[in-house]
Write a protein that binds this ligand. Structure first.
Ligand code: SF4
Length: 438
């Protein structure tokens, strides 16, 4: 049989990067080779469904394969991930070059389905019970950094969110599997590991028997104890599940990075209630203060949605004032995007698109100034930086990160990638820092 080639296109979050890395490992171990799109027999789309824009992007990309498919019957497409779980079957009817469809819970059946698709017949829509995608992603796109998903799905059911409907209910992976994977990754050269989950703080709540009570802080401590692991991060937390024991472990382990993403989503109690976020503005603010007291050098980032249905001008201004009060290092902002199937999308009091856009511009303006002021204070200070990859812009520049996850640009040769160096910060912008190795 001729050598078969695949190419992978990843959209959305780090969990999709992790899934793509494991798929790559599985396929190469079965004799497939990774190639460019031009030579690919199969192009794999690992998709996102968090906002309509993400899905529209994939739909427009899928249309581009019509000519080559009608011309030579390739590449075949595997449509995977959250969008596949939500609308995969319908999308496959529109684009006959889609031969495999699988949601995040069914990735373990993808390699078989890709090979079976050459026997002809209808596209393979993978559902039901499929084996775990079990391999450790050693041939990753980034050798010194690795992600590990510690739990799949989510039980929070925030009113605007599609995740519980496409990634399923919350399910912790067994701790021994996660620790074994982390040890293998560290032995394989990973200096930094990020533990991933929609809400990592509830890790272990569904574990039973001898593992009952094995929670997130214990997993954090056990992972941090792995010999040779220089940096440990985790993503994403939920304010109503972020408990003191997590902070205790973070303050007692030097290799757990003081960068915390704690999505607040809104500043008004009424909007938080209607989002089903289960905490109040004041509870959030006191939690942020507690984190800063325990970890004075921590970087605190958040996610914020503007224009949630029914959000009045005054309630929006409460989000603005929350940013001014908490002063986050960085805020991932988004205008509300109705996701079919979620409670919020059914509401009649949708905010007009233009008004959502106006609020987004205003909130981004406010946060840009806050991030600028915070980063300006870092000029003249020295930080240990993990030099990572060539900077997206600028000749001879490497991009790296401080322990608190601040992006730093330094001029350094490519072979410094993966090295830790002390860097003196010489300049700043709202988004990143410039520095020189000392
Ligand atoms: S916690 Fe996050 S992933 Fe879960 S439903 Fe809420 S927004 Fe979605």
């Amino acid at each position: 049989m001729n050598q078969r080639y695949f190419a992978i296109r990843v959209f959305g979050c780090q969990m999709n990067v992790y899934d793509a890395d494991r798929l790559r490992e599985t396929l190469t171990s079965r004799g497939w080779a990774e190639g460019g799109e031009g030579d690919a027999d199969f192009v794999i789309f690992v998709t996102c469904s968090v906002r309509d824009k993400a899905e529209q992007k994939v739909l427009s990309e899928l249309g581009k394969y019509r000519a080559s498919w009608e011309d030579c019957g390739k590449p075949r497409i595997a449509l995977l991930g959250c969008m596949a779980a939500r609308t995969g079957a319908e999308v496959a009817k529109k684009f006959p070059w889609i031969r495999v469809v699988a949601g995040p819970e069914n990735l373990g059946g993808v390699a078989d389905a890709m090979e079976e698709s050459y026997e002809g017949g209808a596209p393979r829509l993978i559902t039901g019970d499929t084996p775990e995608l079990s391999c450790v992603p050693l041939s990753r796109s980034n050798r010194h950094k690795a992600y590990i998903t510690i739990a799949n799905g989510c039980d929070q059911f925030c009113a605007y969110c599609i995740v519980p409907y496409v990634r399923g209910r919350f399910k912790s992976r067994p701790p021994e599997d996660i620790l074994k994977e982390a040890e293998t990754l560290v032995r394989g050269g990973a200096a930094e590991i990020t533990l991933l989950g929609q809400n990592v703080n509830t890790y272990g709540r569904d574990l039973t028997g001898s593992l009952a009570g094995y929670g997130f802080s214990r997993l954090l401590a056990d992972t941090a104890s792995i010999d040779g692991l220089k940096r440990l991060r985790y993503l994403t937390s939920h304010p109503s599940d972020f408990t003191d024991d997590i902070l205790d472990v973070m303050t007692s382990r030097r290799n757990i990075c003081p960068g915390i993403n704690l999505p607040v989503q809104a500043g008004s109690d009424k909007v938080l209630r209607e989002m089903n976020r289960r905490y109040t503005r004041n509870e959030y603010i006191s939690l942020a203060r507690g984190i800063r007291a325990a970890l004075p050098h921590a970087a605190l980032t958040t996610d914020l949605i503007v224009g949630f249905p029914g959000e009045t001008e005054d309630e929006f201004e409460q989000s603005v004032s929350l940013l001014e009060e908490v002063r986050f290092d960085l805020v991932h902002t988004a205008a509300y995007s109705p996701r079919e199937g979620t409670p919020a999308a059914k509401r009649a009091d949708q905010i007009p698109v233009r008004e959502r856009a106006r609020r987004l511009v205003r909130i981004n303006g406010i946060q840009t100034e806050i991030s600028r002021e915070i980063n300006e204070r870092m000029v003249g200070h020295k930080f240990e930086v993990l030099l990572d990859e060539p900077a997206p812009k600028g000749e001879g520049l490497l991009q790296g990160r401080t322990a608190a996850d601040k992006v730093v640009l330094v001029s350094a040769p490519p072979d410094m990638s993966g090295k830790f160096r002390d860097v003196l910060i010489t300049a700043s912008s709202p988004w990143c820092l410039d520095g020189e190795i000392i």
